[in-house]
Design a protein. Sequence first.
Length: 349
Amino acid sequence: MHKYIPAGALCLLALVGTISAPPSATASPRIAAEGTGGHDSFSVRLVDIPASLVDDTRARYYVIDDLRPGTTIRRRVEVANTSSRPARVVMYPGAAEIRKGSFIGAPGGRRSELTSWTSLSSKRLVLPAHSKARTTVTIHVPGDAAPGERYGVIWAQMSSGNGPGVTLVNRAGIRVYLSVEGHNPPPTKFSVSTMTGERDQAGRAIVRAQVHNTGGRALDLNGTLNLTKVKGSVSAGPYAIQLGTTLAPGESEPVTVPVTDQMANGPWNARLHLESGMYDETYSARVTFPAHTGYGHPARAHADASSSHSVLYGEVAGAVLATAAFPFAVMSWRRRRRQQGQGEPGATR
């Protein structure tokens, strides 16, 4: 059970599950999101700290917890409008990952398993000048959640126009580190070992990928294949995989992709994107189709270095949350051409 008490009641830590963050945990001025000329600025901070993590300085700035499946937690987040005019702020959870030593949050509508567990009591805040407002973040871990750590961001976003064709988007966010305990099966995971080019009795090209279920959940696979000629600029696809392939944990079966266009023998650079639920992987290989009916030589498949390992929707660009001990802000500029017959272009997401 989680309770909230005033920040000054730190002596009661042993008696409660959650406490209010002390004033020192407010956002540093250097991470406030500021617009052009400093007219639009706001900051976001975490209000609550788990009593068990009061000695963890990260817990004063990030949502950090270790939960069992079926558990629900709530954390309050405060947004401060530090400008001299009203502000409209949109709040939403976003996907994130740790890659090459950096915590990378994905702004916009990108989703992940963790975002599907996360909700906010208020998604739109209207703040008068020099005022504050709060929203409650609720994270419910499903009873069948696989063990492991997930990452996300609680985003606060403010958009404003700055002349024709220009939209200024200010974002500030709080990282989420959520570890799931328990004895549920391991998470979904798979790999592709080889890709082989072949031709059927009618001479049509087919790519066959050998998929291995290396996780703890059954797979129902779907996805697409793209081909690019090794020499030249010819590209083809995407081609949908043949549906119906289901793999139990530990099983390995081929996934077939019929190529619906007439294809030269190649060689071709094949890029296969596979999904099962919220998990995805992208693999590449160089394949050559045989001149006649039959199989070509299996080519070793390599995992795409940029594969996200969770299906993400919306904007493609991520924002690096570079600071190690504070929340962050990301400012992005986008220029959009005005379409004939339209008024002011819409705000970016």
